[in-house]
Structures are given as C-alpha cells and as structure tokens.
Design a protein around this ligand. Structure first.
Ligand code: AMP
Ligand code: MG
Length: 426
C-alpha cells in the first residue's frame, strides 16, 4: 500500500471523480406516496390533465369584464359561484357580473376577477371603488398555465420532498417508481467497543458509530446494515471485511490510524484493495481512507492470497473512517455521502457548504483544513457562525450542541471576527 495523503479539495475531487462514473442504479421499486420522502424518482411524473384544469379565480370577488368595470359602468350581479361548482348559466354578457370565490372556474364572457375589497356592492348592483381600474386576466390563472396534460412535471432523478409530493398528488400518483436504496455495510472496529444495550466495564466504550453511521446513511439515501463489531485482530477483521465486501458500499470505523492495533488497512490490502487515498489534510479525520476491494466474500487466508490478485470481478467501494465519533461524522459528510448519493442515482453529490461571518477571532492552526463544531445564527443583516467549545473529536455531546461545522482553511494566520468562512451543513 502506497501512502497518499491529499489536501481536502483533492480528496473530495477524487471521490467525486469516482462518483461521476457510476451508472444509474439497476433496481427499482414501486412505493406508496406517503413513504416516498427522500427517495429518488426512477420515472418522470406527467400531468394527467391541464393544470389548472379550468380558468381559476385566485380571489374572492366578482367575475366581470375589466373594461366595463374600469369605465365605471354599474354592473348587474346575476348569481354566485363557489369552488367545486361550474357556472351553469349563460356566458357573462355586457353589463353583468358574477360573484365568485377563490378556486372557482371563471365563466365564459368574464375576463377578470375584481377583488371583493375593490368594489362596491349595493343589492344586486356592483360598481368600482373610486380610481380603481382592472386589466384583462387579473386574478385569473388560465387553464393549462401551470402545466399542460402530458407535460413532465417532475423529471426522473428528482429527490422527493414536500413540494414533489404535492405535484405527484396533484397528478393523481398514489404510488411512485423509485430507485432502490444502495445497501451499505457498517463495521465498527475496536477491542474497547461493546453493544449499546450492554453495561460497559469502566475501560470500555459503547459502539456509537455503528448507530450514527446508520443514521447518516439513511439521511443520504442509503439502506444501512450494522454488521457485528470487529475486534482489532486479523482473523476477526478478515471475516467481517469479507462479509462487508458483498454490499454496495462498505463503511468501516476505527483502526485506520498509526497504532499497532490499527489493522484495517492491512486487511483491506490483503483482500486486494486498491486505495485512492490513505489520508486527507483535515482536522478532525486525517487518517480517512478511500478505495475499492474485490466483491468476493472470500475470507482472506495466506493460502488464498492468489484469489485476490488480478481481480476481474465486481468491486465494492469502501471508506475507512477514523473511530473518533466526530471525525467519523465529518468524514461521512465530506466523502462518504457524495459517493453514496451517486450510488443511489443522485446528481447533487457535493457536500453542502454555505458562507457565514465569524462571530469571534480564531487562531490559525497550520496545514490542515479544519471542520469544527459550530452554531449558525441567521439575522436580518446576515449569517454568523460561532465555534462550540469542545474536547476534541471524541466529544459527541459538544457536536450535538452544534448544528454545523465551521470550515477553517489551512493557514497559520488567525482569522478575525467578521471574516467570511465556509460552513459545512449537516
Ligand atoms: P481509532 O480510530 O480506532 O484509533 O479510535 C479512535 C477513538 O475513537 C478511540 O478513543 C475509540 O475508543 C473511539 N472509537 C472507535 N470506534 C468507536 C465507535 N464505534 N464508537 C464510539 N467510539 C469509537
Ligand atoms: Mg481502534
């Protein structure tokens, strides 16, 4: 294995380069509209009829001829029409007005809707308030102005959220064809780890990463599977990694640092892994590794080493993330999520950054891009970001008090309150 530690932009570019070569997912499924949040459409949605399906009044008022009412003509009110009704009388003729409610179909003969507040009614007579005029088309959305029957109203590849649900429901789609979620194997490694239902001994740590990673995987559109904890021993890691190689993506936590029990890279190498990078100049998260390994399911043993050489079969991408929980999360947002989104068929791959102004001075820290837990505050005059005090990358409590990560560029120079910085959104 060759060491390859990249700057943050280069490491992200490397992930995106691989992500962009991935084909659309093969598997699809049909699901109910209520279950579609966050899923990716595998087919376009078409308007099944004109939208709106009739000339729709957007106000409560009177359907009239704009020129007549504007000219001050007194109009005779011939009836009233509410949403859900169709005007069954003859077309509105000269000198007439029809009382009409929001959402009702504007009848033939009228060319605008005058708002209730802008006219004067006296019995069945209607006249304009002084100095009011109307233009044809006012307060009417013409039939088909939003979409014509047969138009694509949602393209394939769109992520379903509240707005898409509204469009699908308007188009009569009770079910949607979506891409299957990529299946992601999660392996936590570490001799100190115990399951969260267990009472840890004083020297043990609960395995929180398998859970936080499952949550992150779901949020990025994947289907997580938490495999058993792997001990910091070759045989256990070999077995677990062989198992994990059969998923669409393998995410490991822990065991990628320089310690003598950090064996993850060694075992990946044995299993024929190719490494695209073995570290990134970031803090936290420097030991992160990215690569791919043969999708073999074979448990490595020295006698089977040749089976991994010159691999011609399928490959599985993997990430080895540092075990400190905040490093794990940061590396997930920066590198795992973009690749996972691509596996799921999404086009919006890169992590989400926004800009904000620093609330306080921050010391420079040198060669790495830093991603520090922080809070964003939006105000009328702009968005500011403030670091959350923390004890380093094991401090999940501080991380949970933060809503984002403030990005500080690699520099030994201090930043000043008011300087603009990037912010990584969760
Ligand atoms: P490592 O990356 O294996 O050197 O672990 C770095 C630190 O993260 C150690 O303090 C570990 O105890 C902690 N850690 C590793 N894996 C997990 C995990 N799955 N859940 C919570 N903490 C972990
Ligand atoms: Mg460890």
């Amino acid at each position: 294995m060759i060491e390859r530690v990249l700057s943050f932009p280069d490491a992200l570019a490397e992930v995106l380069r691989h992500a962009r070569t991935l084909p659309a997912p093969l598997e699809r499924e049909r699901i109910g509209l209520r279950d579609a949040d966050g899923r990716l459409l595998a087919e376009p949605i078409y308007a099944d009829r004109d939208q709106p399906p009739f000339d729709r009044s957007t106000r409560d008022g009177y359907a009239v001829r704009a020129a007549e009412l504007s000219a001050g003509t007194a109009l005779h009110i011939i009836g009233s029409l509410r949403a859900g009704e169709l005007w069954s009388g003859p077309a509105i003729s000269s000198g007439e007005a029809l009382e009409i409610m929001t959402g009702a179909p504007v009848p033939e003969g009228a060319d605008c809707v005058a708002m209730l507040e802008h006219v004067l009614r006296n019995g069945d007579n209607l006249s304009a308030q002084p100095a009011r005029t109307w233009k044809p088309g006012e307060n009417i959305v013409p039939r088909g102005a939003e979409a014509h029957a047969g138009d694509v109203v949602l393209p394939s590849g769109r992520t379903v959220g509240p707005a898409e649900v509204a469009v699908a429901a308007t188009s009569g789609c009770a079910t949607l064809e979506v891409y299957a979620r990529p299946r992601v194997a999660i392996i936590a490694t570490g001799d100190e780890l115990v399951g969260i239902a267990q009472q840890p001994e004083p020297w043990q740590i609960r395995n929180s990463n398998s859970w936080s990673l499952a949550s992150l995987v779901s949020a990025a559109g994947g289907s997580p599977e938490r495999l058993a904890i792997a001990r910091d021993e070759l045989d256990d890691l070999r077995e677990r990694i062989a198992q994990g190689s059969m998923w669409d993506l393998l995410v490991l936590s822990g065991g990628v640092s320089m310690g003598k029990h950090d064996l993850v890279e060694q075992v990946l190498t044995e299993c024929g892994a190719e490494f695209f990078f073995t570290g990134a100049w970031i803090q936290p998260g420097k030991p992160v590794v990215f690569g791919r390994l043969p999708k073999s399911g074979i448990v490595y043993h020295p006698s089977r080493a040749r089976e991994f050489e010159n691999w011609q079969g399928e490959w599985t991408y993997f990430f080895g993330l540092p075990g400190n929980p905040v490093s794990t999360e940061v590396c997930f947002h920066l590198f795992v999520a973009p690749l996972l989104r691509a596996l799921g068929g999404r086009a919006d791959l890169a992590p989400a950054f926004v800009e904000a102004r620093l609330a306080e001075d921050v010391k420079g820290a040198g060669a790495r891009t830093r991603f520090l837990p922080a809070q964003l505050t939006s105000a009328w005059d702009g968005v500011t970001v403030k670091l959350v005090p923390w004890q380093g990358s094991g401090d999940v409590a501080a991380s949970a008090r933060a809503g984002c990560f403030c990005v500080l560029p690699p520099s030994s120079e201090a930043l000043r309150a008011g300087d603009t910085v990037r912010v990584l959104l969760r």
